[in-house]
Design a protein around this ligand. Structure first.
Ligand code: SF4
Length: 269
């Protein structure tokens, strides 16, 4: 298979998530240098020779983990490179960040209540580089979005965002179900911990509702319904997003932001 034949199996969106700046560069790397085709998460696998997919379906779990980590590290490096061309001074107000003339290559903002410094030199949360490349990817994606329409408080579920079918379950497993299970019967404790994330109470007809500022322009609306054992009703959590949220984060980073919110609440508990 040549690069152009392979290219037809990618969406051609040049999103960079494979760690290459363009689909054609990735196609060449796969067909000429043996790079694994499944580093592209948007690949149409039908019709591709199994050897190009690197035997992913039969690969050992640690091999898959490595592949995933390599992809994340490559993407973080790619996004960091994209910071070079940005004008942070003009970008800062669109992202709800701070940037000063004394330090024009650095944005400052908060991520789930923790201070972030992001610039061409890297990303730092609480003054430290994050261990998990997914944090870097999320934060660089936020900066690379360039900003967009401001949140308006029109809330929608993940299922209402475009192309989100596969993410609905991910959000449930990594965020909503974990929180519902941990705080079942403990609505008061959840209320206490939301305050630690600089969240503000929201007016919704549920047992607990908080507006959690994941990022300055990416609020998450956390809704919690307490368990009602007499009606066999388990505790439930639902996360809603502003209808313009994709102006600031892609779906994958958005789900990860919600996962990180759950991580923070569980850590604090
Ligand atoms: S991840 Fe896929 S769609 Fe995105 S640039 Fe790479 S090949 Fe193209």
């Amino acid at each position: 298979m040549n690069p152009y034949q392979f290219l037809r199996h990618t969406p051609g969106s040049n999103c960079g998530q494979c760690g290459y700046p363009a689909c054609l560069a990735f196609a060449a790397a796969v067909t000429k240098a043996g790079v694994r085709a499944d580093l592209c998460p948007h690949l149409q696998r039908e019709g591709l020779p199994p050897e190009l997919l690197g035997g992913a379906d039969n690969a050992a779990p640690d091999a898959l983990d490595r592949s995933s980590e390599e992809r994340e590290l490559a993407l973080a490096a790619h996004l960091r490179g994209k910071m070079q061309g940005l004008n942070f001074l003009s970008l800062a107000p669109r992202l709800g960040a701070d940037c000063s003339a004394e330090e024009p290559d650095m944005l400052r903002f908060t991520f789930l209540g923790r201070p972030v410094r992001l610039g061409t030199a890297g990303v730092f949360i609480n003054g430290e580089p994050p261990d998990d490349p997914r944090d870097q990817i999320l934060l660089y994606n936020y900066a690379a979005s360039g900003g967009g329409r401001q949140p308006e408080g029109t809330w929608i579920g993940m299922e209402s965002l475009p192309n989100s079918i596969s993410k609905v379950r991910t959000l449930a497993v990594y965020c909503e179900e974990r929180l519902a299970e941990r705080f079942s019967g403990r609505a008061g404790r959840l209320t206490e911990l939301c305050a630690a994330l600089c969240a503000t109470p929201a007016e919704q007809s549920v047992d607990v509702a908080f507006l959690v500022p994941a990022l300055p322009r990416v609020p998450l609306l956390l809704l919690f319904w307490e368990a009602e054992p007499e009606d066999s009703f388990a505790a439930k959590v639902k996360i809603l997003f502003d209808h313009h949220v994709l102006d600031f984060l892609d779906l994958e980073s958005l789900v990860f932001a919600a996962e990180r919110m759950a991580d923070r609440l569980l850590e604090l508990d």
